[in-house]
Design a protein around this ligand. Structure first.
Ligand SMILES: [Mg+2]
Length: 264
């Protein structure tokens, strides 16, 4: 089901043909039943890591979906979640494990992603994939799927592997509630600002923070909504220009990117 909320704005922006894409990864590029980038390694290793990870996830995930919680409180809780998750993962992960786990992952691109990425690559349109997830796994996954083109810029949390130890700066971690435009490398931001329009795609409301507020008027925001639809639809419709509810795919986005709004 597709909800178009700002028809006038979208039609206005459709006249601008030069654009860039900023998209989230987990449950945006991937289907809502997919393992997340943070879940790939624990599911592969199993045992104690999986058990601890599940406990952490089950405790913190409801907060992520709670849009009634004050923003500053949520920010702290989300940071704590990310730090605990990455700290746990660092105790178990190696480069080899990431490669094998990603190969075996039950993570699937939404229909239409491959085609859109190919088209965007052919047209030299930058795609920023910004994720609070596990960058090393996302990179390998996109590579395996054949969509890590040279116009794809990945902004996520990457472990550095030295002497088989995984290192990550936990203080400067990207987490769901602090995704922000400034995390995008400066040279890429310059290109984004030079282009006329931004296409932003996410699956939680915080994903809209991948751009600055001042950029909203020239951005078409797409929000996938596959979980808790009844209780979140109103809020999503208020925040996103277009809401793609109940396991929609990228073909709908493609229609809009192809500047044929009446087809949607
Ligand atoms: Mg997501």
């Amino acid at each position: 089901m597709i909800y178009i909320n700002n028809k006038e704005k979208i039609e206005e922006l459709q006249r601008i043909k030069d654009f860039t894409v900023i998209t989230d990864f987990d449950w945006t590029l991937t289907t809502s039943i997919s393992q997340t980038s943070m879940g790939i390694v624990p599911d592969y290793i199993g045992g104690e890591l999986l058990k601890k990870r599940k406990e952490i996830f089950e405790y913190y995930h409801p907060f992520e979906l709670d849009y009634k919680m004050p923003e500053d409180k949520k920010l702290l809780i989300m940071k704590e979640w990310a730090q605990k998750s990455f700290s746990l993962l660092s105790q178990y992960v190696t480069e080899e494990i990431v490669i094998n786990a990603t190969k075996n992952a039950r993570t699937y691109l939404r229909s239409g992603v491959k085609e859109i990425f190919k088209t965007l690559n052919e047209n030299n349109i930058p795609i920023v994939v910004m994720s609070a997830g596990f960058g090393n796994a996302i990179k390998i996954f996109l590579e395996n799927e054949g969509v890590l083109y040279d116009n794809v810029i990945l902004v996520a949390n990457f472990f550095e592997f030295k002497n088989n130890k995984a290192k990550l700066d936990l203080e400067n971690i990207i987490y769901t509630a602090n995704k922000k435009y400034l995390s995008i490398p400066q040279n890429v931001r310059k290109i984004i600002e030079h282009k006329g329009k931004i296409i932003l795609i996410g699956d939680i409301i915080e994903d809209i923070k991948m751009i600055n507020k001042e950029q909203l008027h020239k951005t078409i925001t797409f929000g996938f909504l596959d979980k808790n639809i009844d209780c979140n639809l109103k809020n999503y419709n208020e925040k996103f220009d277009i809401v793609l509810a109940d396991n929609e795919d990228f073909n709908s986005i493609k229609h809009i990117l192809l500047w044929k709004p009446t087809k949607v």
